[in-house]
Design a protein around this ligand. Structure first.
Ligand code: AMP
Ligand code: ZN
Length: 111
């Protein structure tokens, strides 16, 4: 997608603090962290959000989920929260699916 900032990060057209990369996924630090550690895990393929996920994306989504605890551990977290905002009314601002992985503060707000 031409105008997608996360696709541009994948293509190295804009900089990001990349912490993980493989053939399907990329993870980088959120530019505006809400906790001591705040990472974003994205698929390299442009998928808008969970509403647009299809059978063919099952494996990629699963890989994203398994990557979260690995990166959390590598970044010193003993616990973390994941968040996936879906659609404008779900608080999504960047329309390339991403898992937020964050933690590190003493106590997370109970939801
Ligand atoms: P969401 O509201 O779930 O769509 O989250 C989008 C997230 O992307 C926000 O937490 C932003 O701080 C983050 N973000 C936006 N642009 C960049 C960027 N260029 N590099 C890293 N994170 C970004
Ligand atoms: Zn994209």
């Amino acid at each position: 997608m031409d105008n997608c900032i996360f696709c541009k990060i994948v293509k190295r057209e804009i900089p990001a603090s990349i912490v993980y990369e493989d053939s399907d996924l990329l993870a980088f630090k959120d530019i505006n962290p809400i906790d001591k550690v705040h990472l974003l895990i994205i698929p390299k393929e442009h998928i808008e959000n969970l509403f647009y996920c299809k059978e063919q994306h099952k494996e990629t989504l699963s890989k994203m989920m398994f990557l979260a605890p690995k990166l959390a551990k590598e970044n010193g977290l003993e616990g973390f929260r994941t968040m996936i905002n879906t659609g404008e009314k779900g608080g999504q601002e960047v329309f390339h699916i991403h898992f937020h992985v964050y933690g590190g503060s003493e106590k997370l707000a109970k939801i």
